[in-house]
Write a protein that binds this ligand. Structure first.
Ligand code: F0G
Length: 352
């Protein structure tokens, strides 16, 4: 039986991997691309797919970039890494740092990070620095600190992160036989939209794809600096993962939009929560709120009159909903316990 290749092995010709780069893996990449069962028809798409990035080992797409950034840090003999994060980057840095025996520092905005993500950083053994400010400030701090000290920055300002994350685009082309017509994706710090675009372009240049998709990025309405054309000093959204007012890869995201003929727009918290619920109840997919911004964007486009009939559309579901139990439970009613007998349980079943 042939050994299944890990991400660093499988795509090494497209990655900054040398004979000295350690081949590390905890099972990242190779995530499912599932065909929609119900929303495809309801939204009138030719074909609609969801890329389930929550199936990565720490539950988000960050693992693709982190495995490359951490492998390169180890190759350069660095023993500590640091990141600013709204939660997923810190969980991923903590996990890959742990497997390589590195010291990991994560700087997070206090009170605005989903519970599951904080739990991950704690259990993986990271040193957690919670600041009384937002992600943008945290990123500013780690940028300065990594210029002063020999700690590797593993935010997407680190080019190896973007290189690793572009492998998701490769997987989509490998699965569909070519690029889709449209790619819908949430936008926060704008690294991921940059990475996907680079992946599609590199695959086309390498002769592995004929086409590239239109890149359709969606920010949260209260945290939409690219849409507004200016930084947002106090970003607000229920989708804490993308609560970012001054994205590091702003210009690269704009380039991805323009070169692909796509768009960057925003979706409200109500639209995000509606898509979050529809993904679960119509497709059986539990994504975290930020990751529903892609479907929210598609629904918004359809409502505004766009047609995707005869088109192949992919929505990226960037992280698992299990990370954010608070948001999931907010919409639930108090669950009173009932006496444990057949009659009481049966009564409820018959009433439904
Ligand atoms: N979706 C999820 C679940 C995220 O965690 C993030 C970013 C994004 C989308 C947006 O991706 O920043 O590349 O545009 N999370 C970062 C973090 C900021 O710290 O975990 P982006």
């Amino acid at each position: 039986m042939s050994k299944k290749l890990c991400l660093l092995e499988k795509y090494k010709e497209f990655l900054p991997v040398t004979p000295h780069t350690p081949v590390i893996t905890i099972g990242e990449g190779d995530t499912p691309l599932v065909r929609s069962k119900r929303l495809e028809h309801e939204l009138g798409c030719g074909e609609l797919y969801f890329k389930l990035e929550g199936c990565n080992p720490t539950g988000s797409f960050k693992d693709r970039g982190m495995v490359v950034a951490v492998a390169k840090a180890v190759e350069s003999k660095n023993s500590s890494i640091i990141c600013a994060s709204t939660g997923n980057t810190s969980a991923s840095a903590a996990a890959y740092g742990a497997v390589c025996g590195l010291t990991v520092f994560v700087v997070v905005p206090k009170g605005n990070i989903a519970l599951g993500k904080l739990a991950q950083a704690i259990v993986y053994g990271a040193r957690i620095i919670a600041i009384d400010d937002n992600f943008d400030k945290a990123l500013e701090l780690v940028r300065v600190l990594t210029q002063k000290h020999s700690i590797t920055l593993v935010n997407s300002l680190n080019p190896h992160r973007i290189e690793g994350q572009k492998t998701a685009a490769f997987e989509i082309v490998d699965a569909l036989g070519d690029a889709p017509d449209y790619l819908f994706i949430p936008v926060g710090n704008a690294g991921n939209i940059t990475a996907y675009w680079r992946g599609f372009v590199h695959y086309k240049q390498g002769g592995r794809a004929k086409n590239t998709p239109k890149m359709m990025g969606f920010e949260a309405e209260g945290a939409a600096p690219i849409v507004r054309g200016k930084a947002v000093p106090n970003p607000q959204t229920i989708a804490t993962a993308i609560r970012i007012g001054n994205p590091a890869s702003w210009q690269k995201a704009v380039a991805a939009r323009d070169e692909s003929g796509g768009a960057i727009d925003s979706v409200s918290d109500a639209e995000i929560l509606n898509a979050y619920r529809l993904l679960a109840v119509k497709e059986g997919i539990f994504g975290e709120p930020a990751s529903a911004a892609s479907l929210a964007g598609l629904i918004k486009q359809v409502k505004n009159g766009a047609s995707f009939s005869n088109k192949k559309v992919v929505c990226i579901v960037t992280g698992t909903g299990l990370k954010d139990p608070d948001t999931a439970l907010k919409s639930a009613h108090e669950l009173p316990a009932i006496p444990a007998d057949i009659e009481n349980v049966e009564k409820i079943i018959l009433q439904s």
